[in-house]
Design a protein around this ligand. Structure first.
Ligand code: IMP
Ligand code: MG
Length: 180
């Protein structure tokens, strides 16, 4: 185990099982249709790569990078789109792929932006969710696992751009982010 990790929350086998279950669920729900996965960079990269290989219906992929400002004042918060989709999503069945939903601010704004582009549907798939941290109510259609309020890294998730490459999801030692 990496020496900045306090403990492992989900090991490789557990992640594989969760991702497999999400892929099956999505494939069943979208039977006879084609999906566009909208992958939210950078954290969802690893999850999306595994998830798309568990989906058995036709699937395309595109990427978006966004962050939100003004998380205290949700309605006036601005969504800053750093990288937008190449795909015209009108008439498409879109699934937003997110690594973790914390306050829900980013995702709820992103969802309304995408809904404004006339897709056939928009749903949300997240690997992790911290329900105790939610500030905005977002409907999560596919949720891998609900976790307690701990800061986790690995499997795409970072702290200051580090640890994304770890194959498991671990709780970061507080000493890493608590400056003396
Ligand atoms: P929110 O739901 O708008 O608050 O933001 C969610 C984003 O915050 C995620 O996409 C992550 O980039 C980041 N985030 C929240 N919790 C964690 C965590 O435990 N580890 C790593 N990143 C996190
Ligand atoms: Mg991050």
């Amino acid at each position: 185990m990496h020496n900045s990790i306090e403990s492992i929350m989900l090991n490789e086998d557990e992640i594989k099982e969760i991702v497999g279950r999400l892929g099956k669920q999505i494939s069943a729900d979208y039977s006879g249709r084609e999906i566009l996965l909208v992958v939210i960079l950078k954290g969802s990269l690893v999850f999306a790569a595994d998830l798309m290989r568990e989906i058995t219906v036709p699937v395309k992929i595109d990427f978006m990078q966004a962050s939100s400002y003004g998380s205290q004042t949700v309605s006036s918060g601005i969504l800053n789109i750093k990288h937008d989709l190449e795909t015209d999503i009108s008439g498409k069945d879109v699934i937003i792929v997110e690594d973790i939903i914390d306050s829900g601010n980013t995702l709820s704004k992103l969802k309304s932006v995408l809904e404004g582009r006339n897709p056939a549907s928009v749903s949300i798939c997240t690997l992790l969710s911290k329900p105790s941290r939610r500030q905005v109510d977002v409907r999560v259609d596919y949720c891998g696992v609900e976790i307690p309020d701990e800061f986790v890294v690995g499997y795409g998730l970072d702290y200051d751009e580090h640890y994304r490459h770890l194959p498991y999801i671990g709780i970061l030692k507080p000493s890493v982010y608590t400056k003396p």
